[in-house]
Ligand binder design. Structure first.
Ligand SMILES: [Zn+2]
Length: 102
């Protein structure tokens, strides 16, 4: 689930949120535009899965209203690591698009 969906409801509810997933989704969407490869939803999700398996999980519990601030803080700590793993994952999907096998 993306952070925009999480934060549009009650600001006071406590939520469990994997910051790493949010970061990887955003980075995949950004990086895939700069690469000469298929940009379909399946390739995006496959790249997310590969990158997330290579990265540590980073769960936080927070009030919905605080999530955005929390996430931006955590993003700085992991930025270069996420970029490296996301780029590797995108190259893997580019070379072996999984949706070609029917
Ligand atoms: Zn594709």
């Amino acid at each position: 689930m993306l952070i925009e969906e999480l934060t549009k409801n009650s600001q006071e509810d406590k939520v469990l949120f994997n910051v790493m997933e949010e970061m990887v989704r955003r980075t995949v969407d950004e990086k895939i535009e700069t690469m000469d490869m298929c940009k379909c939803e399946i390739c995006r999700l496959n790249a997310c899965a590969i990158a997330l398996n290579a990265l540590p999980a980073c769960y936080v519990t927070s009030r919905r209203g605080n999530l955005l601030a929390y996430v931006s803080g955590e993003m700085l700590n992991f930025k270069s690591q996420v970029l490296v793993e996301t780029t590797k994952a995108l190259l893997m999907v580019k070379n072996h698009p999984l949706h070609d096998a029917k």
